[in-house]
Write a protein that binds this ligand. Structure first.
Ligand code: OAD
Length: 238
């Protein structure tokens, strides 16, 4: 039986930029230029003003529903047919899934889900707004299923992500500034002999990752993914 090469995609907001979703730190339209993290994205913000926090995520959920996956998402999904692919994303949108990707780890949660403030394991599909007074089955308020600053990432997800990075043959990092920890430490576990490709129009600080085989495609996610797709298919099992 042919052994499929293992590919990890590690993605951030830049992969969804060409779909029309703003990144966090790019000038002008960056989300964090228009909102203060501490107002909308922390447990303290939730305690202070639940309505504002819900409004922020209701707005982002609607935006997400109005846009479509782009060619970068689709090319990654298509690679499922040829390789063992896993997508580790910091994004909370569902564009990878809508493009058809099957194996996903959402490190920072998911916009299209809500959960109970009583019990983290009570998680629901959430397509409409979350409002004050929307309760879980045990009668407690629903909140966005998002990891806020100051909260811990799901340890099981982190450990699986690290395992996948350790054993992969190719790691492609797409559209992330790698500025937010601990997610940004995950690519550190790449084997030195594995191929590392970064797709990002800007310089990304990756000097903490050791790789003998590193390329930076200084271009957009869609353009970069077309190139990566062709090169991976051409070199299949070489
Ligand atoms: P950032 O906004 O920090 O970085 C986005 C990256 O995408 C930058 O390096 C851009 O150069 C790049 N970029 C912009 N347009 C692009 C395009 N068309 N194609 C490819 N790359 C492009 O976003 P993240 O690194 O994803 O966390 O941010 C990480 C975390 O910070 C997010 O998950 C979020 C945020 O605070 C939480 O909310 C917990």
């Amino acid at each position: 039986m042919m052994v499929k090469n293992k590919i990890v995609f590690f993605t951030g907001a830049g992969v969804s930029a060409e779909s029309g979703l703003a990144t966090f730190r790019d000038s002008e339209d960056g989300l964090w230029n228009n909102y203060h993290i501490e107002d909308v994205c922390t447990p303290e913000a939730w305690e202070r003003d639940k309505e504002l926090v819900l409004e922020f995520y209701n707005f982002r959920r609607k935006q997400c529903q109005e846009v479509l996956p782009n060619l970068a998402h689709f090319k990654m999904a298509e690679l499922d047919d040829y390789f063992e692919v896993i997508i580790i994303t910091q994004n909370v949108d569902d564009l990878h899934e809508r493009a058809g990707s099957k194996n996903m780890i959402h490190l920072h949660g998911e916009l299209m889900k809500s959960r109970s403030i009583l019990d983290d394991s009570l998680i629901y599909v959430q397509e409409k707004d979350i409002n004050l007074g929307d309760f879980c089955e045990k009668g407690y308020q629903l909140r966005p299923h998002i990891v806020w600053f100051g909260e811990s990432l799901d340890e099981k997800k982190i450990n699986t992500a690290i395992e996948k990075v350790k054993e992969c043959d190719v790691c492609v990092i797409v559209g992330t500034s790698l500025l937010v920890s601990p997610a940004n430490m995950i690519p550190f576990y790449l084997r030195k002999s594995a191929k590392l490709i970064v797709i990002d129009p800007k310089d990304v600080k990756i000097d903490f990752i050791e790789s003998d085989d590193y390329y930076h495609l200084k271009t957009t996610a869609t353009d970069g993914m077309v190139q990566v797709f062709e090169s991976l298919i051409k070199n299949i099992n070489k």
